[in-house]
Design a protein around this ligand. Structure first.
Ligand SMILES: Nc1ncnc2c1ncn2[C@@H]1O[C@H](COP(=O)(O)OP(=O)(O)OP(=O)(O)O)[C@@H](O)[C@H]1O
Length: 260
């Protein structure tokens, strides 16, 4: 468990070389003493407590507390600029809070953000295999076949990543998020650019992925695309949580009301 307490650091999402997952960052946290291993925690948690995140004069998150429970399909809903990506970056260990506390076992967190990361000159399969090589205790290689099948990556399996269409790039990034079969899967707009047929397959795959103690957190402003899957919804506006709990029968209406 990596616990990141309040700092005044303004570290942002790391740019540059593709990285396997957030584990490297967690290791860096340990080495400079700004995070510590929590012991004796029975249930792995993913949570923020009283977290504020500022970028210079901009407050991206303002005193946010939220816990992501095992076995949930959790919707994080908010308009552009509301703080969703920032919240994910904190949970993935890619950024530090300005104040407050982040509890995240980053080795169990997989993520796909809006900017895909992959090795451009490797094929889809090679990317999946390389990222699998970064994982300490990887699932069997057959898991990669499952991902290719379920994410409808087959037609592009042997094509270079930099030659892929936008939709296939998105699906490859989803695959990279899933390579280590994470307990917590954080997905930022996972269906953007994806064709209708693939959408249906990916939606039902994600629905089944939540089984057991796995948690899927989807960040989106396209509420309708996932409304029937959510069993918990957090609405975030201007860096503040406006609603957090079981979804209303009409999630789209619930979101509209929160924006007014
Ligand atoms: N690196 C940064 N430097 C300065 N401001 C930033 C940075 N990253 C985010 N912000 C600001 O923080 C606020 C929250 O941004 P964030 O990207 O978290 O929102 P979002 O909900 O993910 O938006 P979108 O739906 O458009 O992706 C915005 O005002 C944004 O301009």
């Amino acid at each position: 468990m990596t616990r990141t307490d309040s700092t005044t650091d303004e570290t942002d999402i790391e740019a540059g070389e593709p990285s396997a997952d957030a584990d490297d960052t967690a290791a860096a946290d340990d080495s400079d003493g700004r995070a510590s291993e929590a012991v004796g925690t029975a249930t792995p948690t993913l949570s923020l407590s009283g977290v504020t995140k500022r970028y210079g004069p901009t407050t991206a998150l303002d005193d946010v507390s939220i816990a992501f429970e095992p076995g949930r399909f959790h919707g994080l809903i908010g308009p552009n600029g509301s703080g969703k990506t920032t919240l994910f970056a904190l949970l993935a260990g890619l950024a530090r809070p300005t104040s407050g506390r982040v509890d995240a076992e980053t080795a169990r967190v997989g993520y796909s953000f809006q900017e895909p990361r992959y090795y451009p000159d490797l094929t889809v399969w090679e990317n999946l295999a390389v990222f699998r090589g970064f994982v300490d205790d990887p699932p069997p290689e057959s898991w990669l076949d499952t991902l290719v099948e379920e994410l409808r990556l087959g037609p592009a399996e042997h094509r270079r990543a930099d030659e892929l269409s936008g939709g296939f790039r998105k699906k490859l990034d989803l695959g990279l998020a899933l390579v280590k079969r994470p307990q917590y899967l954080l997905l930022d707009e996972p269906l953007a650019d994806v064709d209708d047929y693939s959408r249906r397959r990916i939606r039902s795959f994600l629905e089944s992925y939540r089984a057991g103690d796995r948690t899927v957190v989807v960040s989106t402003h396209n509420v309708a695309a996932f409304a029937d899957l959510f069993d918990r919804v957090t609405i975030i506006v201007d860096g503040e949580i406006r609603a957090d709990g079981p979804p209303a029968d009409d999630v789209v209406g619930q979101y509209r009301d929160a924006l007014e």
